[in-house]
Design a protein around this ligand. Structure first.
Ligand code: C5P
Length: 239
């Protein structure tokens, strides 16, 4: 597959969030980036609007894709959705760890059985959730304990890692070990706008905390020259 060949040797930890509403603006943004310097993330809004055509178009441009659809369903449906993503050739896909141990393990097994090496990661607790929102859905533990519990469950199920805040990365690395991948959004340079993110880290801080992949959206996508900003982050901040 073209994208897998193109990605050989890609060492950049940056995943640019393509948070656009239609194919044209998503591809205009992609064309302002460089697949040798980043991967890209396609989320629920863009995928629901464009479908697999956005993935194909990004692969044609040699980008590796993180399909961020956060699947959450009964075990067979979750596993089949993960397999469908892998069949499209995406590099990484995710589900909610709250589907449970057996469902996560089944999804991983479905990938293995079909010869896919697609990275499968889990969302522990959404960063929009607080102790109050957890309590409202019957989870009586604090956010940090719940994140740790679900990260360990994800690891036990054989998945590659979790999405987490870069502020949680150090403690999760200590808990789960160096091979467990941490994918962290909420990244801003010191002079960027925070937008709606509350707890942010710079790229340097995120890597120092143990992040393996940095999901960066507006810091790059709203820059006057996204390619230059991406180059600056990869070459100056992370080297
Ligand atoms: O523009 P910004 O850098 O804030 O974008 C971050 C991206 O990461 C968005 O696509 C957002 O939906 C996603 N994300 C996040 N926080 C999470 C999980 C995903 O910001 N906990």
């Amino acid at each position: 597959m073209i994208h897998q060949q193109a990605a050989k040797g890609l060492v950049s930890p940056v995943i640019v969030a393509i948070d656009k509403q239609d194919l044209n603006s998503a591809l205009t943004l992609a064309d302002s980036l460089d697949p040798k310097l980043c991967r890209v993330k396609v989320g629920k809004e863009l995928f629901t609007r464009c479908g697999p055509s956005i993935i194909e178009a990004l692969h044609q441009r040699d980008f590796e894709v993180f399909l961020d659809l956060k699947f959450h369903d009964i075990p067979n449906t979750t596993a089949q959705a993960v397999l469908a993503a892998a069949d499209m050739g995406v590099w990484m896909v995710n589900l909610h760890a709250s589907v449970g141990l057996d469902a996560m393990a089944l999804a991983k097994q479905r990938l293995v059985d079909n010869g896919h090496n697609t990275l499968l990661i889990a969302v522990t607790v959404l960063t929009s959730m607080t102790e109050k929102t957890l309590s409202q859905i019957g989870v009586e533990s604090d956010v940090e304990s719940q994140v740790k519990r679900l990260a360990l469950l994800t690891q036990e199920a054989g998945l590659e890692g979790v999405v987490c805040s870069a502020n949680e990365a150090a403690s999760l690395k200590a808990l789960c070990g160096p091979d467990f991948k941490l994918v962290t959004p909420g990244i801003r340079l010191l002079d960027d706008s925070k937008d709606d993110q509350k707890r942010i880290c710079t790229p340097e801080e995120a890597i120092a905390n143990g992040s393996d992949y940095l999901v960066i959206g507006r810091s790059i996508t709203t820059a006057s020259n996204p390619r230059q900003k991406l180059q600056y982050i990869v070459n100056d901040c992370l080297n």
